[in-house]
Design a protein around this ligand. Structure first.
Ligand SMILES: Nc1ncnc2c1ncn2[C@@H]1O[C@H](COP(=O)(O)OP(=O)(O)O)[C@@H](O)[C@H]1O
Ligand SMILES: [Mg+2]
Length: 370
């Protein structure tokens, strides 16, 4: 009898123990088409073993059809990857005649995230849903005007924005020696960018018969000289654009560069420099800039790196993003830096260079989730 009671108590303790260490599920939602971050994450997830966590993944396509994985645990932690297929099918479609990066793109994107939010709570109504980056905030990073205000309000160094859309006023600024970036307000990947300085105007849009044309591809947005093309400038200023002062970039080995800092739950996990020749306009790898290695990072003055890290953490916090890629450009002189943008869906470095997915999973499991 005593032996039986002992066994019974032992069972109770095991049950109690498993109640205390409740199982949690990380649910990654992405697209198979996303050969970069989502696939790297899923590959890493297969190798993951931790008693109180499990990782599941689902495509947006299945998700939107209501086919979501069954989850045993009470607690779910959702991690979103970029919805490439949805974007190509419903937002930046091949048929779209809208100038790339206009407000319509943003409104459709926002609608998508609202839908994700409500579908998730509907499907997992009996669960506690946590988010790495909440769907109600995740799309904000796409609005370059709004984010500039959010950053500035948080005391983060940003480029000066101009509110005028009057081409004469813009030309006066340029004539007076200002160098300006005119970027589509809701763009990314270095698409839809125009640079103006006295006698040097460049754009990676096309302009034919008085119309601004957008390339139907994410790549190959090359810059063309459009110096003094006032009809183009007038048309551009009618679009949803931002007008921003250009940073005089700090050069290393004669190259300009920016730093992508991967921030995860208040830590900088990795710094990835992207460089280009100093007469180029952008440092987007998608448009031909070069990814640099750790030797390049080591040659950056430590004070610049320190300031970049401090401001990357501040930016992620101001944006309510627990995982983000923050792009920062060091300024020439005085070791200052300028925050360019925050990305809620940063591309992942090559795993053999830096296994971001592994560290991201580790950081997620280290947090206190309800
Ligand atoms: N104000 C600026 N001064 C100097 N370079 C800039 C400025 N804004 C953007 N750039 C360059 O252009 C690139 C693209 O700008 P960004 O705002 O990041 O747009 P996107 O979202 O398309 O990547 C940056 O990575 C940087 O190299
Ligand atoms: Mg960018």
């Amino acid at each position: 009898m005593l032996v039986f009671m002992g066994f019974f108590i032992h069972l109770c303790i095991i049950n109690l123990f498993s109640l205390v260490i409740t199982l949690k599920t990380i649910l990654a939602i992405g697209d198979e088409k996303d050969f970069d971050s989502f696939q790297k994450f899923c590959r890493q997830a297969k190798r993951f073993k931790k008693k109180n966590f499990s990782i599941k993944s689902v495509s947006y396509d299945s998700f939107l059809k209501g086919k979501l994985p069954k989850v045993k645990s009470k607690s779910i932690i959702v991690l979103f990857f970029f919805p490439f297929e949805y974007w190509d099918k419903h937002i930046e479609t091949r048929k779209s005649r809208e100038v790339y990066g206009n407000r319509k793109y943003y409104l459709k994107f926002r609608k998508f995230w609202k839908e994700m939010d409500s579908k998730l709570s509907e499907f997992y109504s009996d669960k506690k849903i946590n988010f790495v980056n909440p769907p109600g905030k995740i799309y904000l990073e796409r609005d370059k005007e709004k984010t500039n205000t959010v950053f500035a309000d948080a005391g983060i160094p940003v480029s000066r924005h101009y509110s005028t859309r009057n081409h004469r006023k813009i030309l006066r600024l340029v004539d007076n020696g200002k160098k300006l970036f005119i970027k589509v307000r809701y763009g990314s990947m270095g698409k839809g960018i125009t640079y103006l300085e006295k006698d040097r105007w460049l754009t990676n849009f096309s302009f034919k018969k008085g119309r601004i044309l957008s390339k139907k591809s994410d790549y190959g947005w090359t810059f063309k000289d459009i110096t003094d093309n006032k009809p183009f400038l007038r048309e551009l200023l009618k679009q949803d654009v931002i007008v921003e002062e250009a940073i005089n970039p700090f050069l290393l080995k004669g190259r300009m560069f920016d730093l992508r800092l991967y921030v995860c739950f208040g830590k900088v996990l990795y710094v990835y420099p992207r460089s280009n020749e100093c007469d180029k306009v952008t440092t987007n790898i998608s448009q031909g800039a070069k990814g640099e290695n750790s030797a390049f990072v080591h040659s950056i003055p430590p004070l610049i790196l320190k300031r970049a890290e401090k401001n990357a953490l501040k930016t992620a916090k101001a944006m309510n993003l627990k995982f983000a890629g923050i792009d920062i450009m060091p300024n020439n002189g005085k070791n200052n830096v300028t925050v360019i943008e925050a990305n809620a869906f940063p591309g992942f470095p090559k795993a053999r260079k830096f296994n971001l997915a592994k560290l991201l999973i580790k950081e997620i499991t280290l947090q206190k989730w309800k």
